[in-house]
Design a protein around this ligand. Structure first.
Ligand SMILES: [Mg+2]
Length: 246
């Protein structure tokens, strides 16, 4: 075993899944109307609002149509904040909405209202691995800017400098073997030099078939606890990948 690089998922691997589902998304939903009001003069926000208005006009979902007539009746104008919240509730992905959520999170982190809660053993383990010469990389379905916000404002402070590479789904789906080959290529190594840790069995299967070493992250509160044939890990304090042992 010659592990030189550690590739880490975030949710369920270094940070509880509840942070995203129960903190980040509700925070953006709640903050949207006030954020739009306080940035009404910002041309970038005006542009995003125009994109959302356009999407609303073409949205034939009954709740979107009902909301439109209600808001025109009540206020004489469309309430784009209410529509964006409607999209969040319906789990509809709209680029303009994603962009606005990203801006709201950036504000929330900057104001100290959002702090990313890492598992208790994560920060010290990242420091130890980094100090031991392991190269650390992130691979998460959250965008690279969102990953950097999270590690830049964690319960252990700003940890961004510990990571040399950041990958999101622009490299490909986390379920595709080719994504892991491409990540190894971008880091200029063989997949076998990389240890990938994730709480998702299908991600581990993809990484393993690309040739990476893998470990299943088994943490309290994770949605999937089935590790298949893979070795499980629930604490990184005793993981020393360079020695090929945990
Ligand atoms: Mg995960």
């Amino acid at each position: 075993m010659s592990i030189t690089h550690l590739l880490l998922d975030i949710e369920g691997t270094t940070c509880p899944v509840t942070f995203v589902a129960e903190v980040l998304f509700p925070y953006a939903r709640k903050a949207l109307p006030a954020f739009l009001a306080s940035h009404a003069e910002d041309p970038e926000i005006q542009d995003l609002v125009a994109q959302a208005e356009e999407a609303w006009l073409n949205d034939d979902h009954p709740s979107a149509i009902a909301l439109r007539s209600q808001s025109i009746q009540a206020e004489g104008a469309t309430d784009i904040g209410a529509y964006l919240q409607n999209l969040i509730d319906r789990d509809v992905k709209l680029t303009a909405l994603k962009d606005l959520q990203g801006r709201i999170w950036r504000n929330g982190y900057a104001q100290g209202e959002l702090v990313a809660p890492l598992y208790a053993d994560v920060a010290e383990s990242l420091q130890r691995w980094h100090k031991a010469g392991l190269v650390l990389a992130v691979y998460s379905s959250g965008s690279v800017p969102a990953q950097q916000l999270l590690y830049g404002h964690s319960t252990a402070g700003d940890l961004r400098a510990l990571f040399s590479y950041w990958f999101d789904t622009r490299v490909g789906s986390k379920q595709d073997e080719s994504s892991y080959r491409s990540i190894a290529e971008q880091m200029k190594l063989e997949p076998a030099d990389v240890l990938f840790i994730s709480d998702s069995l299908s991600e581990l299967e993809a990484a393993a078939s690309a040739g990476m070493a893998v470990l299943f992250s088994d943490r309290e509160g994770n949605p999937g606890r089935d590790s298949g044939a893979f070795e499980r890990i629930s604490n990184y304090r005793r993981l020393h990948p360079a020695n090929g042992s945990q």
